[in-house]
Design a protein around this ligand. Structure first.
Ligand code: VAH
Length: 330
């Protein structure tokens, strides 16, 4: 991934990088991408429990960290002196609805602990993911603007909206270089998501490659903003390496790539696997999905730091099926 500034990809970071929530769907892939970009021993993966598959994080240091334990975080920051902290640990939308108070505590107190520690230790940059979940049922659903009505009605969305305002406050009051993206649903082949409303868009590929039919928990015409993991990684690293003067949004940037429905996802797969069948049985996650945008206007990200996605639905499907088939044969 070339840097917008044209800086060589293998630029050495004077200091380490700490990834909190490294065992999650995004965390595993972000650690791998950071360890390709920097010397692997400089990229410290941390999570509340070890990875299910240790091989996935074997290329560099791993530390146990409950992000709600400030003294443990202080110890790791003193030990590794990170220049960047990527704070990903959170309960996602469906899980947080089942555990509202812990969802708020982890998503909110976790962020505040990281922001406070970053200021106290002079960490140069913090990354924190927001989500399209910050929008609610009365937000304009098509090409949702960067600035608009935001009345999220999920615990996850409420915590992400509050978190965005805290990020802006820490930048304004303490000069902390904290940056954020409102991710759409993320789709990747390296790890399964956990507890999200958009997880169907990953599960469907695994079922197709396994030769099984798929029962989708959203209705067939539920359009949601989605993004292939390589694009999410590109956006995250491009944002974090853009010159500070280009970053005009200190809450969180809208970020888009594509928008599709379960029926369109199924049709894209069936162009490769004609016998694959999908049925639809909406569950409680349908109500969450119905409160989110159908598509995102990310013009501000494109204008400020040159965002440009590489993958559409069919290009993602071809790549997902290729890699999942390879993994199946391995
Ligand atoms: C979720 N995958 O479903 C996450 C994401 C936009 C959705 O934030 O909760």
């Amino acid at each position: 991934m070339a840097l917008p500034s044209g800086e060589p990809e293998t630029s050495v970071l004077p200091g380490s990088v700490l990834v909190i929530g490294a065992c999650g769907q995004l965390g595993l892939e972000l650690v791998a991408a950071l360890r390709q970009r920097y010397e692997p021993h400089l990229v410290v993966a941390a999570d509340v429990r070890p990875p299910k598959n240790p091989d996935l994080l074997a290329g560099g240091p791993f530390e146990l960290l409950d992000v709600l334990d400030r003294s443990r975080l202080d110890k790791l920051i003193r030990q590794y002196r990170p220049k960047q902290i990527y704070h990903l640990a959170a309960l996602l939308s469906a899980t947080a609805e089942k555990n509202p108070l812990f969802g708020w505590q982890l998503n909110m107190d976790g962020l505040l602990i990281v922001l406070e520690a970053a200021v106290a230790h002079g960490v140069a940059q913090v990354y924190w993911p927001s989500s399209i979940a910050v929008f609610g049922p009365d937000t304009p659903r098509d090409h949702t603007p960067q600035v608009t009505i935001m009345n999220p009605n999920t615990v996850y969305g409420i915590s992400k909206l509050a978190g965005e305002q805290w990020c802006e406050w820490y930048h304004r009051k303490h000069g902390l270089d904290v940056r954020s993206l409102r991710y759409p649903g993320l789709i990747g082949y390296k790890s399964l998501p956990g507890g999200g409303t958009t997880d169907y868009a990953v599960d469907i590929y695994h079922k197709a490659v396994a030769g099984e039919n798929y029962e989708c928990f959203l209705s067939e015409d539920t359009h949601l903003p989605m993004m292939y993991m390589p694009d999410a990684l590109k956006a995250t690293l491009d944002l974090m390496h853009a010159p500070a003067e280009q970053i005009k949004v200190r809450t969180s940037y809208n970020l888009g790539a594509m928008s599709f429905s379960p029926a369109e996802s199924a049709a894209s797969i069936q162009r490769h696997l004609p016998d694959f069948q999908v049925t639809y049985k909406p569950d409680g996650r349908q109500q969450i999905a119905d409160s989110w945008p159908a598509s995102i206007d990310d013009a501000k990200a494109r204008q400020d730091w040159g965002w440009q996605p590489d993958f559409d639905l069919d290009k993602m499907t071809a790549d997902m099926l290729l890699h999942l088939k390879e993994m199946q044969l391995a």
